[in-house]
Design a protein around this ligand. Structure first.
Ligand SMILES: C[S@@+](CC[C@H](N)C(=O)[O-])C[C@H]1O[C@@H](n2cnc3c(N)ncnc32)[C@H](O)[C@@H]1O
Length: 284
C-alpha cells in the first residue's frame, strides 16, 4: 500500500491518526481480548509481579486485559490517536499501572520487561529483523508475536484481481516471521489458533468505502457501483449489519523464551540487542 499510494506512507502512524480510523478500530476490538487465544496463552506465564511491554498496543485490548493481573504494563504505539484512546480507557478502568509511550518501536527508549507482546503489527513493519531483534533484546522471560496465519489480503484478493487485472503480491505471514527469527538465531514455537472475524459494516455502501480504500481504487461513481454490486453478493447480512462470510480466521502465536534454551555462555542482556545482519547470530 505504501508503494502504491501516490504520496506514500499509507500504513504509518498517519494512517491510524487520520479521521476516525483509530476510534473505529478501538470499537471493533474493545473487549475482544477476553475470548482471544493470545490472552489465555499470555495469562499462563504472568504473575502479579510481572512487567509487560505491549508493542504496537493500539487502543490496548491486551494491555487493558492484562493490567489487573500484573505489576506494570508499558504500551508503545506509533499513533498518538491510539495512545490517547488507551490512556482514556485505562483511566476509566482505574488502571494506574498502564503507561503509554507514543513513538515507533524502532525509535523509542523503554526499559525491558518480563513479558513482551506484539499483536497484529509485524506485517506493517518494513524492517522486520531489526524490529524483532529489539523485541528480543527487551524481553526477560517470554516474547509473543501474534499475527494472521493467512496473508490478510487473501480475503480481498478476488476483488483485487477483478479491478487491477492481476494478482496482488501476497503480504507476509507468520511463516515469514519464523524465518526471520530463525535468521536471528531465535528458535520460536508456534501455535495456530482460530480468531473470530469481528469486521462488521453498517451497510454495503460502508463496506464498499472500506474495500475501495484497501484495494487502492479511485473514488468514482463507476467503482463505487461495481464494488457495491460485488460486495452485496459476497457479504452476509446478519441482523442490521453486514459481515464477511467467514466466522473465524487462523492466527499464529509465535513464542520464545530468551532465557530458556540458551547455550551456556550465550549473552542475554536485556536492552542490548544483537545487530541483525551484523555477523553470525548466536544459535539457541
Ligand atoms: C492492527 S493495530 C494492532 C493493535 C493491537 N496490538 C491489537 O492487536 O489490537 C496495529 C498497531 O500498530 C501500531 N504500529 C504500527 N507500526 C508501529 C511501529 N513501528 N511502532 C509502534 N507501533 C506501531 C499502529 O499504530 C497500530 O496501533
Amino acid at each position: 500500500m505504501d508503494r502504491l499510494t501516490p504520496d506514500g506512507g499509507a500504513m504509518g502512524a498517519a494512517y491510524w491518526d487520520s479521521g476516525t480510523r483509530a476510534r473505529r478500530f478501538a470499537a471493533r476490538t474493545a473487549g475482544s481480548a477476553a475470548s482471544d487465544p493470545l490472552l489465555a496463552r499470555v495469562r499462563r506465564v504472568v504473575r502479579s509481579s510481572t512487567t509487560v511491554l505491549d508493542v504496537g498496543a493500539g487502543p490496548g485490548r491486551f494491555s487493558l486485559a492484562l493490567a489487573p493481573r500484573v505489576a506494570e504494563v508499558v504500551a508503545v504505539d506509533a499513533s498518538a490517536a491510539m495512545g490517547s484512546l488507551l490512556r482514556r480507557a485505562a483511566r476509566e478502568a482505574r488502571l494506574a499501572n498502564v503507561t503509554v509511550v507514543t513513538g515507533r518501536w524502532e525509535e523509542v527508549h523503554v526499559a525491558p520487561a518480563d513479558v513482551v507482546l506484539c499483536s497484529y503489527v509485524l506485517p506493517l513493519i518494513e524492517g522486520a529483523a531489526a524490529f524483532l531483534a529489539k523485541l528480543d533484546a527487551h524481553c526477560g522471560a517470554h516474547c509473543f508475536v501474534y499475527l494472521s496465519a493467512l496473508s490478510p489480503d487473501i480475503l480481498s484478493e478476488p476483488f483485487w484481481r477483478h479491478f487491477h487485472g492481476r494478482p496482488r503480491q501476497a503480504g507476509p505471514t507468520y511463516l515469514d516471521a519464523v524465518a526471520v527469527l530463525d535468521e536471528l538465531g531465535i528458535r520460536a514455537d508456534v501455535e495456530v489458533v482460530e480468531v473470530r472475524v469481528r469486521t462488521r459494516y453498517d451497510n454495503v455502501a460502508a463496506a464498499a468505502r472500506s474495500y475501495r480504500e484497501g484495494l487502492l481504487l479511485p473514488d468514482t461513481a463507476v467503482v463505487r457501483r461495481e464494488l457495491r454490486g460485488l460486495l452485496a453478493q459476497w457479504l452476509v447480512a446478519e441482523g442490521d449489519v453486514w459481515r464477511p462470510p467467514l466466522r473465524t480466521t487462523p492466527a499464529a502465536i509465535i513464542h520464545w523464551s530468551p532465557a530458556a534454551g540458551s547455550p551456556p555462555g550465550r549473552r542475554k542482556t536485556p536492552g542490548r540487542g544483537r545487530e541483525p545482519g551484523g555477523g553470525r547470530a548466536p544459535s539457541r
